[in-house]
Design a protein around this ligand. Structure first.
Ligand SMILES: [Zn+2]
Length: 465
């Protein structure tokens, strides 16, 4: 990666940022005091209050066309600044202002909605996920507008209040407003970096397919003393089928499963090898007795860059206390796959069904129902916005970011990619031990202030890319 052409900030901006820190922290704390728990109906008004608070803040920061957009659930907050002039790129900044519930409350060292600074950390629900990270970008815009009157790029903020409950409102709003939300790149700060000194860019998220396998035998449950040995037990048949979903080397055995999978490039494998996570860390984190997975790939590659198939649940027959000598009429399993580019998430269910029906004995009927699917997203490392992101991190942290692929899925990323077709930059400022969704959620304050600077640096770097 090229060394940054412009490591320093404008002196006026720099001194503004230094003197603004205290006020930025106080404002963030005001926002964090609003218990915007999206899943609990008794907090509906608080969620709205948090949306209004943000809209006010966006206006005072200098953003224009600020509005709170009602949805069937919680409102979306929008605001923009579009005066960067002909040819300037447009950045869509996504975030969410809703938070997770706080229980178990007794495990919090300070009340979740009374922000408390201890050492370098700010403790409060939502401090890292995602109010603090989103606020950093509002503060970045405010600082640049306050000192120079104009931003180098156009920006659009799109902030939802339903991220923790499935993003339903945004999933409907976004495809219907593609013109209004049109941009060159989407910036999402809702992830963590590796350590306070080591930034991380997530350039890929896996997709998902989830479904249910049913194996049907006799028309109703049977007495095993009367029919055992003469009728195929669906539990047994299901076990045989599930066991056939992988081969001995940990590969998924469903024919066609890997056909469209993009092979890892040598440069990607080199980049992923920089992620400081291996078998030892995996065993420590999970308590598993040994690592497992597809032969020929490292732990990081298996988690982020290779597709998987997991059996999430299996049931059938009698599972209560005591016993019942039954041959069940039916056995079922919940199964899900994590997918990588260019696997077709809508085709996986049929693929698994075809395979299982092919290998199933005549003695049972097998079917597979799809419950959910979404494709994987990957942003190529060499697109100019990705390079700008890396330079922005480097300018502020003094360290090259590590590039990694995340094992999970961020559903809104799929909606953004499908509706707007633009690359997404996942540039977080959280830390792995921020206790997201758990008691004592925190934000590391030095990273918060760095986050503001990274937001500014990114705007500057995007026009020099
Ligand atoms: Zn979040």
């Amino acid at each position: 990666m090229n060394p940054s052409p412009n490591p320093a900030f404008d002196p006026d901006l720099d001194s503004f940022l230094q003197s603004a820190q205290r006020g930025q922290l106080e404002e963030l704390c005001d926002w964090l005091r609003i218990p915007s728990i999206s899943t609990l109906p008794q907090h509906k008004e608080d969620v709205e209050r948090a949306a209004d608070w943000l809209a006010q803040k966006m206006k005072s920061a200098g953003l224009q066309n600020v509005e709170t957009v009602p949805t069937d659930g919680h409102p979306i907050v929008y605001g923009d600044w579009l005066n960067a002039g002909e040819g300037a790129p447009t950045v869509l900044i996504y975030g969410h202002y809703d938070v997770q519930p706080v229980d178990p409350l007794e495990l919090w060292s300070s009340p979740p909605f009374e922000p408390s600074v201890r050492g370098d950390d700010l403790f409060a629900r939502g401090a890292s996920d995602d109010k603090g990270q989103l606020f950093a970008h509002v503060a970045a815009v405010e600082a640049v507008l306050a000192t120079s009157g104009a931003l180098p790029v156009n920006v659009k903020f799109l902030v939802e209040g339903e991220e923790e409950v499935g993003s339903q409102g945004l999933a409907e709003y976004l495809p219907s407003e593609t013109e209004k939300l049109a941009a060159d790149v989407c910036l999402i700060s809702d992830t963590h970096i590796l350590s306070p000194e080591l930034p991380l860019i997530i350039y890929g998220l896996r997709g998902i397919w989830a479904g249910e396998i049913s194996v049907r035998g006799p028309a109703h449950d049977l007495h095993s003393g009367m029919f055992g040995g003469a009728v195929h037990n669906p539990n047994q048949a299901l076990s045989t089928l599930l066991a056939a979903l992988h081969d001995r080397s940990g590969r998924v055995a469903v024919p066609g499963f890997y056909d469209d999978v993009q092979a890892l490039t040598p440069s990607e494998r080199t980049a992923l090898a920089q992620v400081p996570y291996g078998d030892a860390e995996l065993l420590q984190e999970t308590g598993a007795p040994a690592a497992w997975g597809e032969e020929g790939y490292t732990v990081t590659e298996r988690i982020g860059a290779r597709p998987t198939l997991e059996i999430n649940g299996m049931w059938g027959g009698f599972i209560d206390e005591g016993f019942k000598t039954v041959i069940p009429a039916e056995a079922r399993a919940k199964v899900s796959c994590r997918l990588v580019p260019d696997q077709d998430s809508s085709a996986i269910g049929a693929m698994i069904e075809r395979y299982l029906q092919q290998i199933a004995p005549q003695t049972v009927d097998v079917s597979v129902d799809t419950l959910q699917h979404a494709p994987a997203t990957v942003v190529p490392l060499d697109v100019s916005e990705m390079q700008a992101a890396a330079r922005a991190y480097h300018r502020v942290f003094g360290a090259e970011p590590v590039f990694s692929r995340e094992g999970g899925s961020i559903p809104i990323a799929t909606v953004v990619q499908e509706s707007l077709g633009i690359p997404i930059l996942f540039m977080g400022f959280g830390l792995p031990d921020d206790n997201l969704h758990a008691p004592n959620e925190k934000l590391h304050l030095p990273n918060f202030y760095r986050g503001i600077r990274v937001g500014i640096a990114l705007m500057e770097e995007l026009i020099s890319s």
